[in-house]
Design a protein around this ligand. Structure first.
Ligand SMILES: Nc1ncnc2c1ncn2[C@@H]1O[C@H](COP(=O)(O)OP(=O)(O)OP(=O)(O)O)[C@@H](O)[C@H]1O
Ligand SMILES: [Ca+2]
Ligand SMILES: [Ca+2]
Length: 614
């Protein structure tokens, strides 16, 4: 690897190939999911930083133009082959059904891949503030004819005077990274890393905005133990230079490979906890990373127990508490189903952590195919395999953990802070971060009807110790007053304690306005539990039926009352077409909710499950 100066970066950004890694001896016996033909072992070559790369599908006839891009931005436009089966616009979060098992032939190992991160320019209209991106096709290149691009970022212009560039230490699709030495000031004689992004490659207003945002987010979030430390941003006529802490221990991907594809459970826990800790922090700040993968976690040093640092905020974005994003970005193997459905939020990152954890524990990817379209199909429809070796020897807690991250319904997934209290990780000695999810769910509770609140109160009484661990930790983070209660002020100050510039940008504190009813009253732990539980998450538990029936017994004692169909429809915000179904939820004997009605009422009604509006 040579000096970094003046190096033209070979662009890989428009590379359509799904790049896979196959270690020697791991490729045999694989099969193609696309045409049901056995897959022949592919020749491998070593490129870049010692990775073994196989551009497995590039230029093969199977990849028509329709499959050479990320999914078409449906619901508008022509559905591409891999979205056809799921083309009906499902309500957000509802997985296409029925899920089927991933055939064994999907699995070969060890092969965690370097995954090309791609940007679908559906974000064009959103970022430019022009048309609604869902209203029409958007030019993929995001070009704006006749518009002069302003490539001045306002960063320091004297990079050469401040730093002396050294060797290349890494390379991605958008930039290459070199080591460098500070020449003056605080960084004098300090070795740092510099990500160099060529301005020549910024051909659209969006690509310029993307780099601006990458720097803004990195700068705002810098400071967390598991996030690469930002030092400086510079620019000259040709490049942007992002100066940051040098992580000398290499990528997580390389460590996975050097261990033959997988980690022991104990070692995997250490990795996963660090990932969850930094992602919980990003999420609290209203930042969704959107490109979590083993290539984007670096070790600070070569030590076995070195801290891991999250890098590469190139695809990250700010997201307001109630917003949903619709641009399809990320890396194919790690992309969440709801991203492909073009309506997603922070939970998409959690899915990616599920994929990473799955790989750490078994050395295989949970969703695999030879083409991107095949990967997307697997992500949308297939259930990961937990039967093959080494899964039988993996602890039930670890399996449950992964399953609760890889739930296709994003509402049922654990949050990062919740995952840190999961039995698989719980015994470890680590602090639980404040969870922005608590704010969202408590907000819904304070705005809910008294009948709904009573239903939730009964549910909270049926909670198991597992759920209470998380709720207790979150309650303590709100620093209850001497009377053991919390009010809006507690929520406000807990957020303020954790605030960074990113939080302001993503308008996270706006959520406090919607929680206004809490300014007049205080909540004890019992009520907090009712306010902070998610029916959707509980439904994902094996014990759900038991929890629901115990909760119903409480509800019968306190809360259940005679209710008319009309009233119930109003509670659920439904029209008269729903009356027929709602009637089944009410007991004819006393006009109160039945057990079925109670669980349905807790769940809330999605447009699909009512199906009565037509
Ligand atoms: N702070 C750092 N210390 C050491 N190496 C780094 C650092 N930052 C980046 N690298 C190396 O440079 C590579 C490319 O960096 P990065 O992932 O930020 O670039 P990118 O062009 O956005 O990549 P991608 O193709 O994944 O989008 C990383 O995979 C890593 O190997
Ligand atoms: Ca990267
Ligand atoms: Ca990137």
């Amino acid at each position: 690897m040579g000096q970094c100066y003046g190096k033209a970066v070979t662009s890989g950004g428009d590379d359509d190939g799904v790049t896979t890694i196959v270690s020697s001896g791991g490729a045999g016996g694989g099969g193609s999911n696309e045409n049901q033909q056995p897959q022949s072992p592919l020749p491998s070559s070593t490129v870049g930083n010692g990775r073994v790369d196989i551009p497995s599908v590039k230029n093969t006839p199977a990849r028509s133009s329709a499959t050479s891009q990320w999914p078409s931005p449906y619901p508008h436009g022509t559905a591409s082959p891999y979205t056809q089966g799921a083309a009906s616009p499902l309500p957000p979060g509802v997985s296409p059904s029925p899920a089927r098992s991933t055939p064994r032939r999907f699995f070969r190992r060890p092969f965690p891949p370097p995954s090309p991160a791609k940007h679908i320019k559906a974000s064009l209209a959103k970022r430019l503030g022009t048309a609604n991106p869902k209203q029409g096709p958007i030019p993929e290149d995001g070009s704006e004819p006749g518009q002069q691009l302003n490539k001045s970022f306002g960063y320091s212009k004297n990079f050469g005077a401040k730093y002396e560039l050294g060797k290349e230490v890494g390379r991605g699709h958008f930039g290459h990274t070199c080591s460098a030495k500070g020449k003056k000031g605080e960084l004098k004689d300090q070795i740092v890393a510099v990500k160099i992004i060529s301005k020549a490659k910024m051909t659209t207003a969006i690509s310029i905005e993307d780099v601006r945002r990458e720097v803004k987010i990195l700068k705002a979030l810098s400071g967390h133990q598991h996030l690469v430390k930002f030092h400086d941003a510079c620019e000259d006529t040709n490049n942007i230079y992002i100066v940051m802490e040098l992580c000398e221990g290499g990528e997580l991907l390389d460590r996975i490979l050097s261990r033959g594809g997988r980690y022991t459970e104990e070692d995997a826990k250490t990795i996963v906890m660090q990932i969850l800790s930094v992602v919980a922090f990003c999420h609290l700040q209203g930042v969704v990373h959107r490109d979590l993968k083993p290539e984007n976690f670096l070790f600070a040093s070569k030590n076995e127990d070195a801290d891991m640092k999250l890098i590469d905020f190139g695809l990250s974005d700010f997201i307001k508490p109630d917003d949903r994003l619709n641009d399809i970005v990320g890396s194919a193997y790690y992309v969440a189903p709801e991203v492909l459905h073009r309506s997603y939020s922070l939970e998409a990152d959690i899915w990616s952590i599920g994929v990473i954890t799955y790989i750490l524990l078994c050395g295989s990817r949970p969703f695999w195919a030879r083409t991107e379209s095949g990967i997307f199909r697997a992500v949308l429809r297939a259930d990961p395999n937990f039967d093959d070796l080494p899964w039988p020897s993996v602890s039930p807690e670890a399996k449950d953990f992964v399953k609760r991250l890889l739930n296709k319904d994003y509402r049922k997934r654990m949050t990062a802070a919740q995952a840190l209290t999961h039995p698989w990780l719980r015994n470890e000695n680590h602090p639980i971060p404040l969870d922005i999810f608590i704010y969202k769910i408590v907000k819904s509770y304070v705005l809910a009807t008294p009948f709904k609140r009573a239903a939730l109160k009964a549910l909270s009484k049926a909670l198991t110790e597992d759920e209470l661990v998380y709720l207790r930790a979150q309650f303590m983070l709100l620093e209850p007053n001497t009377d053991g209660r919390v009010s809006l002020e507690n929520f406000r100050s807990a957020l303020a304690h954790n605030a960074t510039d990113a939080m302001k940008e993503s308008r996270v504190p706006d959520i406090l306005n919607a929680m206004a009813p809490l300014s007049y009253r205080r909540m004890d732990f019992e009520e907090f539990c009712a306010a902070a539980i998610s029916t959707h998450q509980l439904e994902a538990l094996q014990a759900w039926e038991q929890i629901a029936s115990t909760a119903f017994e409480y509800f019968e004692q306190e809360g259940n009352r005679a209710i008319t169909v009309e009233e119930l429809a109003r509670e659920l915000n439904l029209g008269p077409t729903a009356y027929l179904i709602l009637k089944e939820w009410i007991r004819s004997s006393d006009g109160k909710l039945s057990l079925l009605g109670y669980t349905k009422f807790l769940h809330g009604v999605t447009i699909r499950s009512t199906n009565t509006r037509h």
